[in-house]
Design a protein around this ligand. Structure first.
Ligand code: NAG
Ligand code: NAG
Ligand code: NAG
Length: 405
């Protein structure tokens, strides 16, 4: 039996709020060369002046009106959260974290190893199309991954060697039009559904006796934490802080810190995004449709150019929503650098699809997704795969119509 890997689609997550760039103009392709030389920590700009502790400058902190606690200790603890908020708002000022870049670089290396028979080592424009949401951090994440995918092995052995990194274009989708990756295109029906679902999930956590989590986080972050999304935001800020090598604030350690509940609620906030049929169709549908259409075109040889690999640089929400739309039934908060891989195989002119969730950028562990209606749970023929996902396939016109309230 000759099995050939025919094509591949990968959706992966950007790193962190604090992004992946060593430079500010992420669309300046020349900077790709510099980017890869940062991967080993060169040109690395420290995030804070004070490398080991929390930021010492209280300037920004004081400007926050709502941080009026007289309690110095509490104020100090609040700062660590606040600082990330500032980053979220002002992405331009953010500099990089080496583990962040390395996660994607490592993912790129993983793809190079696994798919070396599919993808030539030298970049050619008709092999791969990379599409990103229109944010510096996702575009930069894509560049980091491409570094891992296309830089020769000798680079790792001697990063100072005189290798010129390939120049690889990254497409981005204008945010106002983005119904595939960042879900920013206006869809009133989905927005209403999401509000309602978040409330429902919040109610669920209260019914489970978790109201103390909201009280706890409200107290220590000095912000009103009153929804599953709020809890997730705090949780993500803490993870980001950890990613950068900063110790957690005291209130986020020890037995009194409700870590399990926070993780649960954080994951619920993703679950709430594509929980019911309408949400799956309006949020997950457009990307599922794009992927299926490209596989169908690949099969009938009408894909133009005849790409071997499609890459989508997205977000935790992109991966979360896709997983749920595809029927993955575990509660997950997708980690930085995680990805979903869609493989199209051809065996004797018959086409098969396998889908994997790769939960970490660093580990090679892959979880095959199960499709109960396919002839094998983890392998569908392309036609079975199309049938399974038929409820989510949606044209642009249908999407526009169904989004109206
Ligand atoms: C690459 O993908 C983007 C969006 O996914 C698309 O707009 C663009 O036309 C593709 N590039 C080519 C050359 O097909
Ligand atoms: C959530 O609970 C509130 C208060 O009990 C109730 O008014 C509301 O209808 C509930 N919402 C959902 C979506 O379950
Ligand atoms: C190939 O598939 C595309 C997308 O479904 C379709 O529009 C096109 O007509 C097909 N072409 C052939 C030659 O079957």
């Amino acid at each position: 039996m000759i099995e050939t890997l025919y094509s591949l689609t990968i959706i992966f997550i950007d790193l962190i709020f604090e992004v992946t760039t060593c430079y500010s103009k992420s669309r300046d392709y020349a900077s790709h060369v510099r980017l890869v030389s940062c991967l080993n920590g060169k040109n690395h700009v420290p995030i804070f002046d004070n490398k080991v502790g929390y930021p010492t400058s209280s300037q920004r902190c004081k400007r926050q009106k709502w941080l009026h606690s007289e309690d110095q200790a509490l104020r100090y603890q609040c700062y660590s959260i606040l600082n990330f908020q500032t980053h979220i708002v002002n992405i331009q000022r953010i500099v990089s974290s080496p583990p962040g870049r390395q996660r994607l670089y490592t993912l790129g290396k993983f793809l190079r190893n696994r798919y070396s028979s599919l993808l030539p080592e030298t970049y050619h424009f008709h092999d791969v199309n990379i599409t990103s949401s229109d944010l510096d951090r996702t575009i930069s994440s894509a560049l980091c991954l491409l570094g891992g995918l296309y830089l020769p092995q000798s680079y790792d052995e001697d990063p100072s060697c005189d290798i010129v990194a390939p120049i690889i274009p990254v497409h981005s989708i204008n945010m106002n039009n983005d119904m595939w990756i960042m879900f920013k295109k206006d869809c009133p029906k989905y927005a209403a559904e999401l509000d309602n679902m978040r409330l429902e999930k919040y109610n669920e956590t209260l019914a489970l006796g978790m109201s103390f989590v909201y009280t706890y986080l409200t107290k220590y972050t000095c912000q009103r934490i009153a929804s599953v999304t709020d809890v997730n935001r705090v949780h993500t800020a803490l993870l980001t802080q950890k990613e950068h090598g900063y110790p957690p604030p005291e209130w986020a350690t020890g037995p009194q810190y409700p870590q399990q509940q926070i993780e649960y609620i954080g994951a619920l906030s993703f679950y709430a995004r594509a929980y019911d049929h309408v949400q799956k169709r309006l949020a997950g549908g457009p990307l599922v449709t794009k992927i299926i259409d490209s596989m169908v075109a690949k099969r009938n040889r009408s894909l133009e150019p005849d790409y071997k690999m499609l890459l989508f640089s997205g977000h935790d929400t992109t991966v979360g929503i896709m997983l749920q739309t595809l029927g993955y039934d575990k509660l997950v908060k997708p980690d930085f650098g995680s990805s979903i891989l869609f493989e199209l195989h051809s065996i004797h002119n018959q086409y098969y699809v396998k889908v994997f969730f790769k939960p970490s950028g660093f580990s090679n562990h892959m979880i095959p997704l199960q499709f109960p209606n396919c002839h094998l749970p983890t392998i569908c023929t392309l036609d079975e795969f199309i049938a399974v996902n038929q409820p989510w396939r949606i044209s642009l016109e249908e999407w526009q119509q169904e989004c109206a309230i």
